[in-house]
Design a protein around this ligand. Structure first.
Ligand SMILES: Nc1ncnc2c1ncn2[C@@H]1O[C@H](COP(=O)(O)OP(=O)(O)O)[C@@H](O)[C@H]1O
Ligand SMILES: [Mg+2]
Length: 254
């Protein structure tokens, strides 16, 4: 359903160009939960943001369900983007809006009539288990509850694809499991294809059907799960674990 063909992205720095994503091709099948794992700075977020063109690739193409997104007129691109939900590490909720208003905003932008919005907001809040929090503000919620609101908001327009950028990285282990379960349901019950960026191997192990390993702007390896194991070469997959965790520690120590 999603195809990135040889996409690259460079950023201008004071001392020249920095290639954050370097000639990456990636295919994600409908119904997959596709993980992208790598140490911080590997280019994961940049790659994810190119899928909905929040970041314009310098080169390459992005195709979703046979439609090439680059070069689409603004109005059509906005319509296509409505079919792509996104959630982030820091939730990105509107702090002075209630839970239900946060979920309603994408529906307002899509021009849905008020009565239908009310109905849809309720459905989405029930799906994430927050129907009793509709009148609260984000500051009154826990991290896990805030991420549930963000998931409800991302689901509001019934997307076929959900992009997740480190969705559990600011949550404790118990809450991480809860949120991963919600994402599992989004995939299995609603049939939404998921691309999830993470530096946590447990996230990959818990919910991903496929995984691509990213390093220095490139995808250096890919695995798919068969009979519970990542293949080919489950051993080489495990060997990334120490490597990635080690680099992550170095990056945060700096
Ligand atoms: N807007 C930007 N301007 C300049 N450099 C950027 C920008 N966004 C990302 N980068 C750089 O690109 C590299 C990859 O970043 P990112 O995609 O955020 O990596 P990751 O999500 O894997 O941590 C990093 O070195 C980062 O500093
Ligand atoms: Mg990132």
């Amino acid at each position: 359903m999603l195809f990135l063909n040889e996409v690259s992205k460079s950023f201008k720095l004071r001392d020249g160009l920095y290639k954050a994503v370097d000639n990456v091709s990636l295919e994600v099948n409908a119904g997959a939960v596709h993980g992208i794992i790598g140490a911080s700075g590997a280019g994961k977020s940049t790659l994810l943001r190119m899928i909905n063109l929040l970041e314009q690739p310098d080169q390459g193409t992005v195709t979703i369900d046979g439609l090439q997104l680059m070069g689409l007129p603004d109005k059509l691109l906005r319509k296509e983007r409505q079919k792509i939900g996104m959630i982030f590490q820091q939730f990105n909720l509107v702090s002075n809006a209630t839970v239900s208003r946060n979920v309603s905003i994408p529906l307002e932008l899509a021009g849905l009539p008020k009565q239908e919005r009310i109905k849809r907001v309720k459905e989405c809040l029930i799906f994430v288990g927050l129907e009793d929090k509709e009148d609260q503000y984000p500051a009154q919620l826990s991290g896990g509850q805030r991420q549930r609101v963000a998931i409800a908001r991302a689901l509001a327009n019934s997307p076929k694809l959900l992009l997740c950028d480190e969705p559990t990285s600011s949550l404790d282990p118990t809450t991480t499991v809860e949120i991963l379960n919600v994402l599992k349901h989004v995939n299995s019950r609603l049939g939404v294809t998921i691309v999830i960026v993470t530096h946590e191997m447990d996230v990959i192990k818990t919910i991903c059907s496929h995984v691509s390993v990213m390093e220095s702007g490139r995808i250096i390896d890919s695995f798919s799960r068969e009979d519970g194991e990542f293949r080919p070469a489950a051993e080489s997959f495990s060997s990334y674990r120490e490597e990635i965790i080690g680099k992550e520690r170095e990056a945060y120590a700096r």
